[in-house]
Design a binder for this molecule. Structure first.
Ligand SMILES: C[S@@+](CC[C@H](N)C(=O)[O-])C[C@H]1O[C@@H](n2cnc3c(N)ncnc32)[C@H](O)[C@@H]1O
Length: 242
């Protein structure tokens, strides 16, 4: 697996541009400004800004997810995709001695940014991989966290990511997904946010129309999927215990 670990020395503008050859089309086409461009990290690695984009809900969504995972996390945790802000630093603090976190991201620049935010002795491996085709063994993780990744992906990509997540989690493990959902009819953002989201994040509205359960390769068995809504339904947390 060492060939998928990235090297810090590869960063810089040229490397950031070169790496766009290997990343999915949707990221290059729609999210270059947020994640790929060398200025992206400089601009967006501000928690207040991410919080603003999430209408003031970053801390609440982060803390709800972290408390669902719990403290004293033993074994192996997988975080699929880097997140701006302090989600991963806080997750590190919840690890039991010996517990480890693998973070997968398709962009080395994002993995480098995350590495710079964490203490050098954080029990984290940084894996440059695509979420839709992870070079990770079956049933090897006790829990998997997917925080605001799915809305960025076209449907077929999202389905492949979910299939991969289900493949790598251990039986009896936990998958935790946080992302957009359809706000309730009375929510002003249902009408005000829709046109902007449609323009800036073209696949996000899919999650307004379709349940995450419908994207799984097979319908979840009774009692294995739990969904909770936040902020008038604009955000959802889905917990799957396969
Ligand atoms: C988790 S999402 C959005 C997070 C949210 N906007 C935030 O930062 O608070 C952003 C990350 O997903 C990564 N990403 C997008 N598509 C990916 C894929 N197919 N495989 C792995 N990582 C991916 C991007 O490189 C980026 O680092």
């Amino acid at each position: 697996m060492s060939d998928t670990l990235f090297a810090d020395s590869t960063f810089g503008r040229a490397a950031a541009l070169r790496q766009t050859q290997a990343v999915p089309h949707y990221l290059r086409a729609h999210y270059w400004w947020a994640y790929i461009h060398p200025n992206a990290v400089r601009i967006f690695e501000r928690q207040w800004l991410v919080n603003l984009i999430l209408w003031g809900n970053y801390a609440h969504l982060r803390d709800t997810a972290l408390s669902e995972l719990g403290d004293g996390l033993a074994g192996r945790t997988l975080q699929v995709a880097c997140v701006y802000g302090d989600l991963t630093s806080r997750l590190c603090r919840q690890m039991a001695p010996g517990g480890t976190i693998d973070v997968v991201d398709v962009l080395p620049i994002q993995l480098g940014n995350l590495r710079a935010k964490l203490p050098p002795d954080a029990p984290v491996r940084f894996l440059a991989m695509d979420s839709s085709d992870m070079n990770l063994p079956d049933a090897s993780y006790d829990r998997v966290l997917v925080f605001f990744l799915l809305h960025e992906q076209p449907r077929h990509y999202r389905e492949r990511t979910l299939r991969e997540v289900l493949r790598v989690v251990k039986p009896g493990g936990k998958i935790l997904i946080v992302d957009y959902a359809m706000p309730r009819w009375w929510h002003p953002l249902r009408y005000l946010w829709r046109p902007l989201l449609a323009r800036v994040e073209p696949f996000a509205l899919d999650l307004w129309r379709e349940e995450i359960a419908a994207l799984l390769p097979a319908p979840p068995a009774a009692g294995t999927l739990r969904k909770e809504s936040f902020f008038g339904g604009l955000y959802q947390q889905v917990v799957i215990t396969p």
